[in-house]
Every structure is written in C-alpha cells, then in structure tokens.
Design a protein around this ligand. Structure first.
Ligand SMILES: [Cu+2]
Length: 132
C-alpha cells in the first residue's frame, strides 16, 4: 500500500518535470523574433539602454527604438546640457534619424577606441561606443 503510494508520487513528479521541460521549450520557440541580440542598443523616450556598449573591431551596432519618439543619432556628446558635435578620428560618420519603433544599424566601427554618439534633440541622451 505504502509502496504503491510512493510509486504514484514518483510518477506524478516525473510527469510534472516533463510538463515543465515542455513548457520552457515552448516559450523559447514562441519568441523567434527575440533572440538574445548582441551589439544591440535600445532607445526609450530620452535615453539609450545600455548607455555604454563594447564591441569588437569591424562590428556594427543595431539601434532599436522602442518608442514613438524620433531620435537623431550623430557623432558628438552632451556636455553639461550643451550639445557638442564632434567626430573622433576613426569614428564612422553617423547622422541618422531613427523613427517610431524603427531599427537601424550603425557602423561598422573599424578602429579601436572610444566614440561618443548622442541624440542632439534630447538633452543628455548619450551613447558611448567602446571598440576593442
Ligand atoms: Cu532622442
């Protein structure tokens, strides 16, 4: 009697493990459009996320605008509330509009170094790109 009870319990726990395993498989395959994306920077209303990204020489960066606000991405930085355009030596020239929920690619960054990008219409919206 007791043995049968334990056997039933073991079956039930094995079954629940199976269900859990199947469940995680299903959720992973149900998001084919959202793999873990390397070299991707997201944009919200007023900022980049992350604000600093490290990539390898020769790689590009995918910019994903998650909001309906249009951003302008160009070479430069906000310095204490003042927009300062500048293009470091070795930086690719960037001057693009990223519209509502749009995705754009910048680069490739072919020179190692630290490069400042910003959105000149949103105060303090800075992105630092470190190329190694
Ligand atoms: Cu912006």
């Amino acid at each position: 009697m007791k043995k049968k009870f334990i056997a039933v319990l073991l079956c039930l726990s094995a079954l629940s493990l199976l269900i859990v395993a199947c469940g995680s498989n299903t959720s992973a395959s149900s998001k084919p459009n959202q793999p873990t994306e390397p070299n991707t920077v997201h944009m919200s209303d007023l900022q980049f996320s992350p604000t600093t990204i490290t990539i390898k020489k020769g790689e590009s960066i995918k910019l994903v605008n998650d909001v309906v606000v249009t951003h302008i991405i160009s070479n430069g930085t906000w310095d204490n509330g003042t927009a300062k355009p500048k293009q470091e030596a070795g930086a690719p020239k960037i001057n693009i509009n990223v519209g509502a929920n749009d995705t754009q690619t910048i680069g490739p960054f072919n020179t190692a170094g630290t490069f400042q990008l910003y959105c000149p219409i949103h105060v303090n919206m800075n992105l630092t790109v470190i190329v190694k």
